[in-house]
Design a protein around this ligand. Structure first.
Ligand SMILES: [Zn+2]
Length: 255
């Protein structure tokens, strides 16, 4: 191969790192600290997330509800419980996505709680020092989600917002849990341990998962040895003190 051709190839792969899907990479926009501190300015369009993954979670500009990314579509679960597919131009202050290419597939259950589910998945993982994309498809005997209402400036901290969260208890509901398991050492930048959102089969109900019970479900795990973090250049991120978030507050907000 002549030199210019080699250089052209090298440039192509450098310029398009997500070419061929970048399987095995967790893509994250912003940090959980920033969200905890009230950096809710949408700073990246959700359309861009689709090039980085076909499953995942996050939130929207002004913290307007919970984001669920499933099968390449981006859904918004608002605090009134309604669900819609969002336009690509809508922006996000925090999101994590990956491409689902499961290599660990297993039937699970019965499972009595989210804590039990987490333990059951942990037992199947080769190590807890990598990231994993998680999907659980099934019919849930009971399931509880939450969503958060859009905020006005000056934005309150997330610990304050969750006091006004809407909680949705469901019974006998079919759908998919979608999210990630992150290593304990990733705390601060992202939510350590499990962070799962839910979307029902009809795509009309969902939210951030608080608890679930099921008799049987299908687990799909994608191992993610790479972690790509992109930081916001717009909004309040640059001017915020992001050194003071306590990990126990993150746990309180997410569980
Ligand atoms: Zn969440």
């Amino acid at each position: 191969m002549k030199k210019p051709v080699v250089i052209a190839f090298a440039l192509f792969f450098w310029a398009f790192p997500t070419f061929a899907g970048d399987a095995g990479a967790l893509y994250q926009f912003s940090t959980i600290q920033a969200l905890m501190e009230g950096v809710y300015d949408g700073a990246a369009p959700v359309g861009g997330l689709k090039a980085r993954g076909d499953m995942g979670l996050g939130t929207f500009d002004a913290l307007d509800g919970e984001m669920v990314v499933l099968d390449g579509k981006v859904f918004q679960v608002k605090s009134d419980g309604s669900v819609r597919v969002v336009p690509d131009e809508l922006t996000t202050p925090f999101a994590t996505v990956a491409f689902a290419q499961p290599t660990i597939v297993k039937d699970l259950g019965p499972v009595a709680s989210l804590a039990e589910l987490e333990k059951a998945i942990d037992a199947l993982l080769p190590t807890t020092n990598l990231f994993y994309a998680v999907q659980v498809h099934g019919r849930f005997a009971a399931l509880k989600t939450r969503s958060v209402p859009a905020q006005k400036k000056p934005f309150p901290k997330l610990t304050e917002v969750v006091k006004t969260q809407a909680v949705f208890p469901f019974r006998d509901i079919a759908g998919t849990l979608v999210g990630f398991r992150s290593p304990g050492f990733s705390g601060g930048l992202t939510v350590p341990g499990y962070h799962l959102h839910f979307l029902d089969k009809e795509r009309t109900r969902g939210g951030h998962l608080l608890d679930c019970t099921f008799a049987a479900a299908r687990l799909e795990i994608t191992v993610l040895p790479r972690w790509n973090v992109e930081l916001p250049e717009r909004g309040a991120f640059a001017g915020s003190d992001l050194t003071r978030t306590r990990e126990e507050d993150v746990r309180k907000v997410e569980k």
